[in-house]
Design a protein around this ligand. Structure first.
Ligand code: 13P
Ligand code: SF4
Length: 360
């Protein structure tokens, strides 16, 4: 039995209403990799560009971002960094909504992405027109959407939140007596509802990667390794969240691993995060939470097929040719910026510094 799948396949067997790419990682030897690193570093300088990468992309891209004065973090902190950067071009290695958020906050900057088709199942599962109808049917509710949505959905929202800020924002709205319409992740929505007791009407969306984690298999793994701590991203199903020693955003999970006395962790989120976790907590052991039963051909397929579409070669090409630029319609942008800015201002007013795990 393989420990992990290298190719991000299998998702299309689930009869999803959209196609999921099957991505095989780029195979490069050390010389090829160094040559690409050099070529990209030169291009970044020439184009006054900075590379901003998410924790879930391939480690090679994360290493390059840090080597060239760029940044690796969670989705909100990537947006903050891009916003504060002096560079005139931001290259976003992540998924589509991250590139769009960068453009919404920085309309004067050029935003490039290695692959514009790198999407997200939460974004794809919350189409703007259908979502608008849902909002129209519930005009008495405050519309709160997760960062993993299109610019058009954010334009319809009162608030955008991230996994690290959702509980606090919903608590704040609940204290003001507001009823919530939440989209798109139902598991994160359920988790937030339980934490806050807020009146929440929840859209039926999910992340195909986190949804794959299996509670029963995780329970068996936890029993076999009683010294391990279980770290869970709240996009996971309730049966998985119930077994967690810690539930948190990507940055929250890395910081917990760093600060905990435990030496071993079972991690229910995309395995791309292991690069930063190992950097933040050297010498500790990180294991993937199981995504399949004992009869399956592998134990874990916990890698986002869209994040896997980012590669060094595509990055070099988009910089060289200036292709894959992200554009957001002006009318949509002007509305969407309100829901994002509201969160940034809320965090600032509460003295929260929105920094990722970059002091690792
Ligand atoms: P973060 O907002 O924590 O970066 O997570 C984004 C994501 O896509 C989780 O699956
Ligand atoms: Fe979207 Fe899930 Fe991929 Fe995150 S891991 S980008 S939520 S599909």
């Amino acid at each position: 039995m393989n420990d992990v799948c290298e190719t991000t396949g299998g998702f299309n067997d689930r009869n999803l209403p959209y196609h999921v790419p099957e991505t095989t990682p780029e195979l490069l030897d050390d010389d090829q990799k160094e040559a690409l690193y050099e070529r990209i570093a030169k291009l970044l300088k020439e184009k006054d560009a900075v590379l901003v990468a998410h924790y879930y992309v391939d480690a090679d891209l994360q290493i390059l971002a840090e080597r060239t004065g760029g940044y690796v973090s969670d989705s909100l902190d990537m947006a903050r960094f891009g916003n504060e950067s002096d560079a005139s071009t931001l290259v976003v290695a992540g998924v589509r909504f991250m590139g769009e958020t960068a453009k919404i906050l920085n309309p004067e900057k050029t935003i490039l992405m290695p692959d514009l088709d790198a999407n997200c199942s939460l974004d794809l599962g919350c189409e703007a027109e259908a979502f608008g109808k849902f909002c129209d049917e519930h005009p008495d509710r405050t519309v709160v959407v997760y960062a993993n949505t299109s610019a058009a959905v954010k334009a319809r929202a009162d608030w955008m939140v991230t996994s690290g800020s959702a509980v606090e924002v919903i608590n704040h709205l609940q204290e003001k007596g507001e009823k919530i319409l939440w989209a798109p992740d139902k598991y994160l929505g359920d988790y937030v509802q339980q934490q806050t007791n807020a009146d929440m009407l929840i859209w039926d969306g999910s992340c195909i990667v986190h949804e794959s984690f299996k509670g029963s298999e995780l329970e068996a793994m936890k029993k076999a390794r009683p010294e391990s701590k279980v770290l869970v991203h709240p996009e996971s199903p309730p049966s998985v969240i119930a077994l967690a020693d810690f539930v948190g955003s990507t940055t929250g999970l890395i910081n917990y691993a760093k600060e905990s006395d435990a030496k071993e962790f079972i991690v229910a989120t995309d395995r791309g995060i292991f690069h930063k976790m190992k950097q933040a907590a050297p010498g500790k052991v990180f294991l993937e939470a199981p995504t399949a039963g004992h009869s399956a051909t592998c134990q874990s397929c916990s890698h986002c097929p869209w994040m896997a579409m980012n590669s060094l070669t595509k990055l070099a090409e988009c910089l060289e040719e200036g292709t894959n630029e992200v554009f957001v319609d002006d009318e949509i942008r002007e509305k969407a910026v309100n829901s994002i800015s509201r969160l940034l201002e809320f965090s600032k007013a509460r003295g929260h510094v929105i920094y990722g795990a970059n002091d690792a």
